[in-house]
Design a protein. Structure first.
Lengths: 213, 213
DNA sequence: GCATATTTGTCCGTATGTATA
DNA sequence: CTATACATACGGACAAATATG
């Protein structure tokens, strides 16, 4: 009944995952087995297990006999990620009950984002925005969809990593998120879904704009 | 420019995957590392890599220091799988263009199912039904959604494996599938989605009924 | 509750195959 | 084309945890 009792491989995977989303490892960068194994003080076999997990999650790219590298999301990947987000999130909102407990978590994330914006803590604003969408997805009450979305978020953070100014990306959407919460509470699911779709489209556009530069 | 040059681990994974969907390995059955490694004539490390891949895909369950076993989908898992199917498939149909090339593939799958039904080849009927839904999902033009759905199908086959009579499960839905294709061609997406939702609900019910027995 | 046997987890050394300089 | 560096795969070894008596 205690913690998952994670194996060393998954622990290492979590570490590398952290490095990737923190930007400590950059997209396209090659990861040497021997070098990383020495640095993390694990054997190559253990490291390889971690590589397989992260490759499956889309964070690393594995080319047989050529090694693994940090995935480099291209334009097509970003478009695809947003297509999946649109499908999952809009449907989640459309089918939501006005009394679902996740709505409270969404409201809480909005408040956190507002407080962080006051202090110009843009990194926190970004995290709160992600929390908002994660809570939104949990409206579906589906463990599998939540797991899929978690992987998607990791890939997205990889893409966001190339963006220098987090304020531009996240800050303008706080009020939009707040409006979605209110609409859900009132049972106006269709309006909420429309609003969410507009947000996603705009977010995708800003991200794509950065990639063209 | 040649074949994907799959690693041995993924080759072994494909073999085990085949065994699982064929019913050669039963849900809940424990897989001994040493025994399987000898049987497949690979080292334990290579086999473990295959285990990681399949565990990530939901086909195997891994408990640290207790080994891996074939996943045993419970009632909650089946309900969850159908929730994901409903979300993905209905949205795919709702947003589909009447001229999408995937519609032709759907129609083709319906014809294959009809032909197989004539010959009472129920296994082929089942495969054609799966092809129908796979084509339906490709309406989204999203590689990630198609990959997610492929994993979902593997889990579903695991659950279907416990069902003795494939005819009961698949045969009645051929005409329903055919109706969906026609509605899509006419641009009646909402009606098609409604019809699809009814099918999924009925399919879920029959599967759950078997599990209670 | 305790000791033992089995299985998994992890690591190392080595040989082979592949890609790249 | 050759050579080097690296990933891949193997087998064996020991440590850690679990299960069984």
């Amino acid at each position: 009944m205690n913690e998952p009792a994670a194996s060393l491989g998954s622990t290492i995977a979590a570490t590398i995952r952290q490095w990737v989303v923190e930007g400590r490892l950059l997209p396209g960068q090659r990861l040497s087995e021997k070098q990383l194994a020495e640095q993390l003080e694990v054997s190559r076999n253990t490291l390889r297990e971690a590589f397989r997990l992260l490759t499956q999650q889309g964070l690393l790219t594995h080319i047989p006999y050529a090694g693994v590298m940090v995935a480099r999301p291209d334009l097509a990947a970003i478009i695809d990620i947003y297509r999946v987000r649109q499908l999952i999130e809009c449907q989640a909102v459309a089918d939501a009950s006005p009394h679902h407990p996740a709505i409270a978590r969404m409201a809480q994330a909005v408040e956190q984002a507002r407080a962080a914006r006051e202090e110009h803590a843009w990194l926190t604003v970004g995290s709160a925005n992600i929390d908002f969408h994660r809570a939104l997805v949990s409206l579906t009450d589906s463990p599998r969809i939540e797991a899929i979305y978690a992987d998607l978020c990791a890939e997205l953070r990889l893409a966001f990593g190339l963006v220098d100014d987090p304020a531009r990306i996240h800050a303008p959407y706080i009020e939009s998120n707040s409006a979605i919460v209110e609409l859900l509470k009132q049972g106006e699911n269709q309006q909420a879904a429309t609003r969410l779709a507009a947000y996603l489209q705009q977010s995708e556009r800003s991200l794509l704009a950065v990639y063209k530069g």
